[in-house]
Each structure stands twice: as C-alpha cells, then as structure tokens.
Design a protein around this ligand. Sequence first.
Ligand SMILES: Nc1ncnc2c1ncn2[C@@H]1O[C@H](COP(=O)(O)OP(=O)(O)OP(=O)(O)O)[C@@H](O)[C@H]1O
Length: 348
Amino acid sequence: MQNSSSHSDAAIEAFGLCKSFKTPVVAQGRFAGVRSLFAREYRIKEAVKDIGFTVEKGEFVGYIGPNGAGKSTTIKMLAGILHPSAGQVKLAGIDPHAERARCASGIGVVFGQRSQLWWDLPVKDSYDILARMYGVSDADKDRRLDQFAKLLDLNEFWDTPVRKLSLGQRMRADIAAAMLHDPELLFLDEPTIGLDVNAKRNIRGFLKTLNEEFGKTILLTTHDMDDIEQLCRRVMVIGGGRLTYDGTVEGLRREIGLPTEIKVTYRDGCTVPGERQGAAQSAALGTVGGTLLPLRIVARGERTLTVEVNRQETRTMDVLRELGSWGEIDDVEMREPEFEEVIRRIYG
Ligand SMILES: Nc1ncnc2c1ncn2[C@@H]1O[C@H](COP(=O)(O)OP(=O)(O)OP(=O)(O)O)[C@@H](O)[C@H]1O
C-alpha cells in the first residue's frame, strides 16, 4: 500500500487500490464432479491493480476504459460495496468500508444496469421508503423531489410502478433516488447506457446542474464519449486494471497525438512549394517538400487547402505563417480530432 498522505478535504482518495477475484474453475472430463470434491481449482482475476488518485471536492471526473477494464470494480470499492484486496479508500477522510453507515449519508450511487427502486411499487412510494431509510424529513424530501421533478420531468410517471417505466424514465427516477438524501458525492456507473438522445440530454443537464450549481462531486463511468466531452474536465482511463491516464480531456487528445485539421481559404488561390503545375491534386497529397514543417496536405480546392498538423510537434502560429506565405489568407477553420477517435486509439 502506498503511504496514505490523506487530506480530509479531498472528496475521494484511493491509495494502491487492488481487487482480485477468485473463481472456481469448472472441472472437465471423466469423474470431474468427484475430483472437484477433493481438489478444487481456482482462477485469480486481478481486476484492479494498484490504482491511486485524488478527486477534489466539486470535481466532475470521467472514468473510462474498455469492457472488463475494472471500472465498476473500482466504483464498488470506492462506494464501500466491495472490500479492496489491498490498498485503501478515503471519502472526505473516512474509510467507506470500515465506516459504511457514516459514509452512506454522504454518497449517492447509480448503477445504470441495476435499479435501487422497488420494482412493484409506484415511484413515489420508493422515495418515501428511501427518505425513511436515510432519515430525510418530510419537508426536505418534498422540497428536493419538487426540484428534481422539474429538472428531470418526474411528474409524468410519479404513480407508475417502477417495472412499467421506460429505460429513460427509470434512469431519471434512479438518479433522483440517489440524490434524495442530498449526498455530496455521486458515483454513476453508465447512467446513459441504452438511452435515446433526449433522455441523455435530460440526464446530462441534471448532472451538470448538480455539479455546477450545487457543487456536488461526481465520478462517472461511461462508454459514451459525448458524456465525457459535455460534462467532465478531467478524465481517468483504466486499461487491464491499471490507470493509464489521469488528466484533462484536452491533454488526452494531445497525448495520443492525433492531428488537428486546418482548412485555409485563400483570397485568390495559393502556390504550394514543390507542387507541379497541372498535377495539383495528386502532387499536393503527402508531406510538403520545400518546408521543414511536418504538415500534410489532405485536400486541395480551387481556393482552399486542408492540412493536418500534430500540434504537439508544431506550433499553430508557425503553420499559419507558412500557409500565409503560399497565398493571401481569407479565412481559417480548425477542427480538433474527434474524441471518439482518440478513445479508439487508446482502447486499441
Ligand atoms: N464478482 C466477480 N467475480 C469474478 N470476476 C469478476 C467479478 N466482477 C468483475 N470481475 C472481472 O473483473 C474484470 C473487471 O470487471 P469490471 O466489471 O470492473 O469491468 P468494467 O470496466 O466495469 O467493464 P464494463 O465496461 O464491461 O462494464 C472483468 O474481467 C470481470 O470479468
């Protein structure tokens, strides 16, 4: 375990967090059943390997990685649902596993794949039960539900049994349930999975309000990169149980080094160094000779030129100066690499 130089101001601290699962191997062949009575074999799966990070209060952090990377396992350890095999978690300075009851009032958890509402009861009855469980007064419950109903459009299915809700309605109801006791910290495991565009927009809007207006700290796992782009400044990437990146969304783009596209419109066309007359299109494709800048021309129109540059290697000003020396520039458009593309590179 790493040294726990904990500062209780932080919302989440994870030190050298590990989780291994031990699962019995099903015996094969003749007399397998009898043999397994005497000598059971086990397989050890190291789902999370030595993860450490700190999330400050008020942050909105995205936690991404391919299927089976260890995201849900991490969230379960952070929320005190799973006990780490090694390492330690502190939520506002408190160990959520050792002091589950004390921590519960400060945490909200939403698992997109599983509801915490009572399947056969109307939505409002689930809220009454949860309010009792968490010791929320009637006045606080009514005030919060009134607020959530407006932001999440809960009124349309207030009296409907949970089992009859659409996926989008159920997710909105679940997020409101997780916030009913007004926790400071919210863990969300794939809250937009399987939802249509409108439902996603509604949920993202609500999460943004929780973070920006109410100052809630949020850790979100998702496979939807629009969630990350629209909500999070910071992103952590996990792969094979290890943390492989922790920084800004922008920094992740830069680290992968995908090219930025710059489209220049010239007032009266341009002359590209080394370009042969009459073979403009084909000659222009590829790295430009005659200039030391590592830029690549990807499209050429009568008055337009589109080039790709790696902004980690080349300063944008140098590229624009170079392009400006090829003709009089009328307009410049820049397009950063799509985040989906960045993620595809990371996941391989
Ligand atoms: N209870 C368990 N018993 C055995 N293995 C488990 C258990 N829970 C998770 N695992 C394994 O641990 C690894 C990490 O699983 P986890 O659910 O944390 O991944 P994930 O990143 O959330 O994946 P996904 O994006 O598919 O939800 C996987 O190989 C999974 O099969």
